[in-house]
Ligand binder design. Sequence first.
Ligand SMILES: [Fe+2]
Length: 131
Amino acid sequence: MEWSADLEIGIEQIDEQHRRFFDFVMDLRESDDTKLDEKFEFLKNYALEHFDAEEAFMEAHEYPRLNEHAQLHVDFIRKYSDMAREFLEFGSPGPDLDSIREMAETWLVNHISGADADYAKFTREKRSENQ
Ligand SMILES: [Fe+2]
């Protein structure tokens, strides 16, 4: 799988964050290290800074499906928090590299190339109308 122009929103900050997530997923595929705390740390920081940036951008463009989209972000944070809590409480055996990998892959395929691509298309059209 490669990063492609279809995944670009056209806003540097957001694209840069998406690409970082993409690299994270690619690294996870190769990785067999067990520093799960670093993976959780990445996901937390990503969710905090990236979802805010996206939602502000969608709001500025009056994206009509903002609420549904924001709900998907909430679901991600909930899932992440459950896993992180379980990890902190139980350590091993708890969430493992496979479960993080699966979560991140699913997010990349369903969300970044699905829901995010939808608002990207919407805002791109809107911006070209306004030019
Ligand atoms: Fe999103």
